[in-house]
Write a protein of this length. Structure first.
Lengths: 554, 337
């Protein structure tokens, strides 16, 4: 947050200074919570581990191979996801009206949350050896072997998850460009290349490093997808080795070593990403004008019609068929599902937990970005970077390590009753932070200079400043962030599986119970309910924060 | 920090309005088990009801974890301070490691009603159901399944199977041991031949069965010999059957055990006594899709008579404990070449 004109030299009364330092303290509190939880649980594991031999990482050929493969598949997946997300986002920004655009956006939001087992089902139904696309593939290549098993399958699945996420966030960044810019571009008669150079690329460039770090982290830590589609133990990632060490072999030293390796690689990458991109441009949109709106884009004509169609069709073909496969399978199981008494309580339980996790992630995210902004405005780049980077800590830490570490910390009793659920909410909230911060960052830091000066002159600080200056521009991104965070928590199984639970399941747990006992059609129906809930959440939160004509002066 | 304070703190932190229920209310039996056991349609609810009716004023509380391996790890982490009175779901391959923790107490139950395919005299682990690992096949795609490992290994390359990873899954470990039992020192060579038929190696049974096999990706999947019982009884289809292998099938026995640290040892013993009665066992066949551990006569669903009945092969739990890492390494070498 930018309360940067706590003008140097001007003596402020004590209370006033405290108020302007509010962002810093909020940020520091969030930072302490994150670092405490993250490093605390890792520390607990380290204390238990006998001796850690760093050298085994490159001396043991198995581990070296695992590390190499993890890096390779994650880099490749990131490159392909982002490389394709850019033209898709640009095309979506250029085409603001076409039949099915809203549907496509909704589907992009959904893909992030589909539990991996369900996504795998959809991907296999479409791309598998017996899939819908198999005859086409065979006609094209003459090969029956298909492409779903092996590195190509892993990358395909990762692109299915991450391209929509990346394109959605890039689109949001593109659409934040102020109307004045588009007006100018239209008046200057800028064509495709000109618009790309002056408007699109600068906007995308700001976001790309962080996005790359996020996608890389997600791919690097992916488990079920890599294992199912990898084809065999040659495609083993660090996560698998970690699971084996921690669960099957009870080798805490190795687990800690692998966790540290993962932490070092991913945090290093985040460090690199956060040091790039710098501060967002100060002249960003005031957010009140209709986005880009009425200014005709000259680049929307001609050949771009064709290329945009290509990209959007490609996105639809990647995204929709697997979701449709899940929906089709789910419809068949709905009748069975209706008989299950545990469905609605499970859904309700999941929603309450998701709301808790979402609220937590939103609060922490705002606090961290505010603290980051406060520090950055005072030239403390390193501290600002640390504050922003800490938001990524929990996602980077393997869930298994986090869970085991927390367990060791909170012994003796944990898991029965409500503590387990509470802890899941806490961890889910923390894990959603990187997503929330991606969405909120621009809106929070991009307060126009003129408004900022005026607010400073009028001495509007603290909560008032937040309520009247920031919140109006924050509400829509906040809704999107909240929806993402809730969605992540709704679809989460990894964390809740760590702590165990009383017999009252959440929705994903119910789904896994169904899968664990052959009820795959019912499970598909449960997945359908999960998808519908997520879609409803995005719609509802978007509707609740729609623009009302409450600020007629703007 | 004592347990109550931790509990309050956590509920506050998480903003949970509900009161924190402590597990140590009088006469509550806490049973750790795996998640499909406690599902609404699983054996859990029926067993809970029957046991609570039997003991009168007690309550049975299940805590569900993801699987047997997670149960073992939870016991290891909690040590002597575990909230559990009974742990239900450790299979034979985890027994030796669980025993080494020194946390479990003898069950003192009369084992004479047991009808397992092997003799069982373990003083700590009480079997409650059993099954055999097997390849389940889709009879519409594969009318003539291989009748032995040898036939499977020599089948044309286009016969594909889906298996699970022994590093992360119970069934995967089962196949590893099965191959080792059948082929001994020749196992690496056998693995190399089998790998020609492996479509992919999934992390867990659910991915293999649900995401791939039910999608028709391969005509065979590593599962249990009892899997067809579910399809026949609940889905009323004969389409999915288990292939009977002449070399014998690897046995899986799931067990219950009580903890030394139990706060209600009498109640825990009561529960273990209950395990080998029809009141418990009648929920096993269709609830858990496994064979009951005792003869329950007419109450065993008729579909169980139509399952394959191959010979059982096993290693002792101690052999598994001593060699598992080495055998997994052997498999890795044979499979990454």
């Amino acid at each position: 947050m930018a309360s940067e004109a706590l003008t140097a030299g001007k003596a402020s009364p004590h209370g006033r200074r405290r108020l302007t330092q509010l962002p810093l303290w909020a940020g520091l509190t969030a930072l302490a919570a994150l670092v405490g939880l993250g490093l605390g649980s890792l520390g607990a594991l380290l204390v238990q581990a006998p001796g850690i031999s760093m050298a085994s990482l490159w001396q043991e050929p198995y581990l070296a191979g695992v590390l190499r493969f993890s890096l390779w598949q994650a880099s490749l997946s990131t490159l392909v996801s982002l490389g394709l997300a850019i033209p898709v986002a640009v095309a979506l920004a250029r085409r603001r009206r076409f039949a099915g655009r809203r549907l496509l956006l909704r589907a992009m939001e959904l893909s992030l949350v589909v539990p991996s087992l369900i996504a795998l089902f959809g991907l296999v139904a479409v791309h598998g050896r017996q899939g819908w696309a198999a005859p086409l593939w065979e006609a094209l290549t003459g090969s029956q072997e298909g492409y779903l098993y092996g590195l190509s399958g892993i990358v395909l699945a990762h692109v299915f998850y991450n391209l929509p996420l990346a394109a959605r966030l890039l689109l949001q960044e593109l659409e934040r460009a102020p109307a004045a810019h588009w007006r100018l571009a239209a008046q200057l008669g800028l064509k495709r290349r000109g618009i790309w150079r002056t408007l699109e690329w600068p906007a995308l460039k700001r976001l790309l490093p962080r996005l790359a770090a996020l996608v890389f982290t997600l791919c690097f830590t992916s488990f079920a997808i890599v294992m199912t589609l990898g084809g065999g133990p040659a495609s083993t990632t660090l996560e698998v080795a970690l699971y084996q060490a921690l669960k099957f072999d009870n080798d805490l030293a190795l687990a800690a070593l692998l966790a540290l390796t993962q932490l070092t690689i991913c945090l290093g990458l985040w460090g690199l990403a956060l040091s790039q991109g710098g501060a967002p441009s100060l002249a960003v949109g005031d957010g009140s004008a209709p986005l880009g709106g009425r200014w005709q884009r000259r680049d929307a004509l001609g050949i771009s019609r064709l290329t945009d169609t290509f990209w959007l069709l490609g996105l639809a073909l990647l995204l929709l068929p697997p979701l449709v496969a899940v929906v089709v399978a789910g419809l068949g199981g709905l009748a069975d599902l209706a008989h299950q008494a545990s469905l609605w309580p499970a859904l309700w339980r999941s929603l309450v937990m998701a709301a808790g996790a979402g609220g937590l992630a939103l609060t922490l995210g705002i606090a961290l970005i505010a603290g980051h902004g406060w520090l950055a405005a005072r030239g403390k780049r390193l501290a600002a970077g640390l504050m922003e980077g800490s938001g990524q800590l929990i996602l980077v830490l393997p869930a298994l390590v986090l869970g085991t570490g927390l367990f060791l910390l909170l012994r003796p009793r944990l898991g029965g009753g409500w503590q387990g659920y509470g802890l899941v909410v806490l961890v889910n909230g923390f894990m959603a932070l990187p997503f929330v911060m991606q969405v909120l960052r621009g809106a929070l830091l991009g307060l126009p200079m003129a408004q900022r000066r005026l607010a400073d002159q009028l001495d509007i600080q603290g909560v008032t400043r937040f309520r009247w200056l920031l919140w109006p521009r924050l509400r829509r991104p906040a809704a999107l962030a909240m929806a993402y965070a809730m969605t992540l928590s709704l679809g989460d199984f990894s964390v809740i599986a760590l702590f165990g639970s009383p017999s009252a399941p959440t929705l994903p747990m119910l789904l896994y119970q169904q899968l664990g006992s052959y009820r795959w059609q019912t499970a598909a129906a449960t997945a359908l309910i999960l998808l519908a809930t997520v879609a409803a959440l995005f719609v509802l939160l978007g509707w609740l924060t729609r623009r009302l004509p409450r600020y007629p002066l703007r | 920090m004592n347990a109550k304070a931790t509990c309050t703190l956590l509920s506050l932190a998480a903003g949970m309005s509900s009161a924190c229920v402590m597990a140590d209310e009088p006469r509550t039996l806490t049973v750790y088990t795996y998640d499909s056991f406690v599902a609404e349609w699983g054996p859990g609810p029926g067993i809970k009801e029957a046991f609570e009716a039997r003991c009168g004023d007690c309550r049975l509380e299940f805590v569900a974890l993801s699987g047997g391996v997670d149960l073992l790890q939870r016991l290891r982490l909690e040590g002597g301070s575990s909230a559990a009175d009974v742990v239900l779901g450790l299979d034979m391959n985890l027994m030796a490691e669980a025993r080494a923790l020194d946390l479990l107490a003898p069950h003192q139950v009369d084992l004479s009603p047991l009808t397992l395919p092997v003799d069982w005299e373990d003083p700590i682990f009480l079997p409650y159901d059993w099954g055999q690992f097997a390849f389940v096949y889709d009879s519409e795609v594969l009318p003539d399944p291989p009748g032995s490992f040898a036939e499977l290994l020599d089948a044309p390359d286009d016969l594909k199977v889906i298996i699970q990873d022994p590093r992360t899954s119970v069934t995967g470990l089962g196949l590893l041991l099965w191959m080792k039992r059948v082929y001994g020192d020749e196992a690496p060579a056998a693995w190399e031949k089998l790998n020609d038929h492996v479509l992919t190696v999934t992390g867990g049974w659910s991915q293999a069965y649900f995401s791939l096999f039910m999608n028709g990706e391969a005509p065979m999947v590593l599962s249990y010999s009892t899997s067809p019982a579910y399809h026949m009884a609940v889905e009323e289809t004969e389409r999915y059957q288990a292939a009977e292998f002449g070399e014998g099938h690897y046995l899986q026995v799931e067990t219950a055990a009580m903890l030394e640290s139990s706060e209600h040892p009498a109640l825990a013993r009561d529960f273990l006594d209950f395990v080998l009665t029809p009141g418990f066992q009648r929920h096993i066949p269709l609830g858990n899709v496994m064979y009951p551990a005792i003869d329950i006569g007419e109450e065993r669903p008729a579909v169980f008579d139509r399952l394959i009945e191959p010979e059982s092969v096993t290693f002792t739990p101690e052999e598994v404990q001593a060699n598992r890492r080495e055998w997994i390494r052997e498999w890795l070498n044979a499979s990454t070449r």
